[in-house]
Design a protein around this ligand. Structure first.
Ligand SMILES: Cc1ncc(COP(=O)(O)O)c(C=O)c1O
Length: 389
């Protein structure tokens, strides 16, 4: 907010949010504080623990700068910064679930979230149930007296189903459950979960916030009602992130708006073009009018990032591998949100509810910052290689 009360645009805010250069002798960026020990001036201050910083695991000026920026972006009361996106999924689940509780998790969830739920959470005595991403307000029927968490991710990992987050959040809250959302795909620039009834917004900051395929980091942003418990669990587990990585993500945020605009535009151009290509049965991108969840995307989201999938028109693993092996610019790799394009043949064998019958193998594309015409040419080579015969 400028001094005259005017609310600046998102890129202006991204350029300045988080730290105040005045706190650090005018240097534009905050220091990268490497810290375990923090000294106290006297025994009384030490005993009271009232000093702003008390120990490295509990926060530093570097982590505070990123947490403050995320709070501004998400509209949250507090943010914890953890060593990976997966940690950002696991810490809030551990904070709000106990033995005997029931957790509802969307079936099109990021696979390692499912592995954590099916192993650790079950071992700790939590009842885990997966729900259809298209369930909407009908989720009320699945909520039981012991349902403590509803875990959403929209669009879904790999298959990009859009969930009706406001309807799910309303029903979940009425049932007394905490609503969590993995918001990595949209980033807070294109969707702000807390404005739609979600309590806790999760990010693999590894992706667009970091933006350069060289950092692992997670953030978890909570509303007033949930932050204390989340922060307490974070301290209990000691899952603090390293200062260099935190700094790099804050650095990445400065350019995230301009990068995302480019990712969005290039991905949409390629998605639209793909719809008309021979050998393509379907394109799974929520910003396309043909996507079954397009109306929800249009109602709730203000943009789309650069990752989506398409379905080959028939074939199996051989055709999927032929497509991937013919690519030169696209790398074969799992993460996304970086500057470079990537492709992967997605695994859907873990799904128990969202078992859509696709016409062929599902290929996920992360569209990077390269020139669109070069990327199209690369994809054309892949499609030719995957054609039967
Ligand atoms: C939707 C989603 N959430 C969380 C993660 C985990 O992030 P990280 O790789 O930082 O553990 C990923 C990684 O691919 C992801 O796609």
């Amino acid at each position: 907010m400028a001094r005259d009360g005017h609310k600046s645009g998102i890129n202006t805010r991204l350029a300045h949010m988080g730290n105040d250069p005045g706190d650090f002798f005018g240097f534009v960026n905050p220091p990268v504080v490497h810290a375990s020990t923090v000294l106290f001036p006297d025994a009384a201050t030490m005993a009271s623990r009232k000093q702003k910083y008390t120990y490295g695991t509990r926060g530093t000026p570097t982590t505070d700068a990123l947490a403050k920026a995320m709070d501004e972006l998400e509209g949250s009361a507090g943010t914890i910064v953890v060593p990976s996106g997966l940690a950002a999924v696991c810490v809030p689940l551990l904070a709000f679930l106990s033995a005997g509780d029931h957790a509802l998790i969307v079936d099109s969830v990021y696979h390692p979230t499912r592995r954590f739920a099916d192993t650790m959470l079950k071992r700790l005595g939590v009842e885990v149930e997966y729900y259809d991403p298209l369930v909407g307000a009908e989720i009320a029927r699945l909520i039981k007296p012991n349902t403590k968490v509803v875990f959403t991710e929209s669009p879904g990992s790999n298959t990009f189903e859009m969930q009706d987050i406001p309807a799910i959040a309303k029903a979940a809250r009425e049932g007394g459950a905490v609503v969590m959302m993995d918001n990595t795909w949209a980033t807070p620039l294109f969707f702000r979960p807390l404005d739609h009834g979600v309590d806790i917004s999760i990010h693999a900051a590894t992706k667009y916030p970091a933006g350069h395929s060289d950092i692992l980091l997670g953030t978890v942003s909570a509303n007033e009602a949930c932050f204390e418990k989340l922060y307490d669990t974070f301290l209990t587990l000691g899952t603090c992130a390293g200062p260099d990585d935190v700094y790099q993500v804050l650095r990445g945020l400065r350019t995230m708006g301009v990068r995302l605009a480019r990712h969005q535009e290039s991905a949409l151009q390629i998605a639209r073009w793909l719809e008309a290509q021979e050998g393509v049965a379907q394109v799974l991108h929520p910003a396309l009018e043909s996507h079954p969840g397009h109306a929800i995307w249009k109602r709730d989201f203000s943009g789309a990032s650069g990752i989506f999938s398409f379905v080959l028109d028939g074939g199996g693993e051989r055709e999927a591998h032929a497509f991937l092996d013919a690519l030169d610019i696209f790398g074969l790799g799992y993460s996304w949100g970086g500057f470079e394009s990537l492709a992967v043949h997605v695994f859907l064998g873990d799904r128990t509810v969202a078992r859509d019958a696709y016409a062929g193998p599902v290929i996920r594309l992360q569209i990077g910052l390269e020139d669109v015409e070069d990327l199209k040419r690369d994809i054309e080579k892949g499609l030719r290689a995957a054609l039967p015969g």
